[in-house]
Design a protein around this ligand. Structure first.
Ligand SMILES: Cc1cc2nc3c(=O)[nH]c(=O)nc-3n(C[C@H](O)[C@H](O)[C@H](O)COP(=O)(O)OP(=O)(O)OC[C@H]3O[C@@H](n4cnc5c(N)ncnc54)[C@H](O)[C@@H]3O)c2cc1C
Length: 412
């Protein structure tokens, strides 16, 4: 396993346990916000998580959580709550989208634990959020409030004042901005441009397995194509196929960054793809279409008592399946950085320093993967996937070792 970087305070900085717990407000109750709230609640903080939505939606379908994420979820006491909802794929495989021909398959199920000390799992986002919420509420029953929108903050000495859209103000020792890719708190903290369209659109849907005649394999399966690729996984104990299709497009004309998509458009986007991919699109009840956004690495993630985590700090393409995982890593690293430390701004700087190089590398590798899966012409396919197929067949240990920095790294 590769060495991990930790923001744990050096000896001498830690102080004795406090009689009055410090108060953290978390803006955003997505995966990043719930995980941050949980990590801090476990560290003795009084936690308030404010989520603008009326409830956590089903939108977004499945996510893959690699061992660097499941080790964190284990440490946060969440894994045991997810058991029935998980699916552990046999392998990661890559197939040519049009022929369905398998180029390589890397066994994963047993190997993940053996090599990286954590499981590789698939789960519905709503199930993961539910597990995080349950774990948080087991420690702090009233921590989460829906229907509350944070608009801005101001600082008064070592306190942050959180301002809500209904005029309410909350005072706290720490404000965590987990408000996603369109983060208002990032806008206030760092100004500048909103996140930009990456030129890629994601289609997402789920279909029960019993609707298929050509079922996609029970793996993390990448289907490559020209200017597009798809990924099929299983969720909810294997009973449901999860689909993500990434397509290069010139622009994003629609209002809003995610919207309901038309089946005919999805079928046109994956025209000529193998039967299991097309069946997903034919059999699903509905489709969502998302604009994929990005931004260059930020020069800092904090301002006094305020810090950003997850997509608010570092949005990335989903082609390495790491956005939610990195948000979970942020949560654990933030908890470590603040453990027993009085000087919150200094701890937030330490948190940034221990995270920025890793997260920037993950952002870059995600973009590289998207490009690689989009070659689509036979010569490039042979040149790119041929050596990968040989390496996976004859030196699978070497291929796994190339992922040590990612799956074996992070705060734990
Ligand atoms: C197609 C696709 C596939 C993906 N697949 C994977 C995968 O396999 N594995 C993986 O690890 N990641 C994956 N991701 C990435 C992952 O979904 C995100 O990185 C992750 O959800 C980020 O979590 P977050 O909590 O930072 O932000 P979000 O999930 O965006 O949550 C932000 C929350 O804050 C709330 N909010 C926003 N503004 C305010 C406000 N002002 N006040 C209060 N609340 C507010 C929002 O309503 C939302 O609930 C994928 C993404 C896409 C698009």
């Amino acid at each position: 396993m590769s060495p991990t970087v930790s923001a744990r305070p050096v000896e001498g900085q830690a102080k004795a346990a406090r009689s009055t717990p410090r108060h953290v407000v978390v803006a955003g109750g997505g995966i990043g916000g719930l995980a941050a709230g949980l990590a801090l609640a476990r560290g003795g903080w009084r936690v308030t998580v404010l989520e603008q939505a009326a409830m956590f939606g089903e939108v977004g379908a499945g996510v893959q959580i690699s061992p660097n994420g499941t080790r964190c979820l284990e440490a946060l006491g969440v894994m045991e709550r997810l058991e029935g909802a998980l699916f552990e794929p046999q392998s990661i495989e890559l197939r040519l989208g049009h022929s369905g021909r398998r180029m390589f398959s890397l066994p994963l199920r047993e190997k993940a634990m053996e090599r990286w000390g954590g499981r590789y799992v698939h789960i519905h986002r709503a199930d993961l959020a539910e597990g995080l919420k349950d774990a948080l509420e087991a420690i702090a029953p009233d921590a989460l409030t829906y229907g509350k929108t944070v608009t801005e903050y101001r600082q008064e000495g070592a306190r942050a004042i959180v301002i809500l859209d209904d005029g309410e103000e909350l005072t706290c020792d720490l404000l965590v901005g987990a408000d996603g890719v369109h983060s208002r708190l990032r806008g206030q903290m760092l100004g500048g441009d909103p996140a930009t369209f990456t030129g890629m659109v994601a289609w997402r849907t789920t279909v029960p397995v019993d609707r298929f005649t050509s079922l996609p394999p029970p793996t993390a399966c990448i289907w490559t194509g020209h200017g597009r690729h798809a990924v099929t996984t299983r969720i909810r104990g294997g009973s449901v196929v999860n689909f993500v299709g990434i397509v290069e497009e010139d622009g994003w004309e629609a209002e809003g960054w995610n919207q309901t998509g038309e089946r005919a458009d999805a079928l046109a986007a994956f025209d000529g793809f193998a039967a299991p991919v097309r069946e997903v699109l034919e059999q699903c009840d509905s489709l969502n279409r998302w604009a994929l956004l990005g931004r260059p690495p930020l020069p800092r993630w904090s301002d006094g008592q305020v810090v950003l985590v997850g997509d608010a700090a570092h949005p990335m393409l989903p082609s390495l399946a790491q956005g939610a995982v990195q948000a979970i890593e942020d949560a654990v690293a933030l908890g470590e950085a603040l453990e027993g430390v009085e000087d919150v701004p200094a701890a937030l700087n330490a948190f940034y320093k221990c995270r920025i190089a890793r997260v920037t590398r993950v952002q870059k590798e995600s973009a590289k993967n998207a490009k690689m899966f989009h070659h689509g012409n036979p010569l490039m396919e042979a040149l790119v996937y041929g050596p990968m197929a040989l390496a996976t067949a004859f030196a699978p240990g070497f291929v796994r070792a190339r992922n040590d920095w990612l799956f074996g790294g992070g705060p734990l």
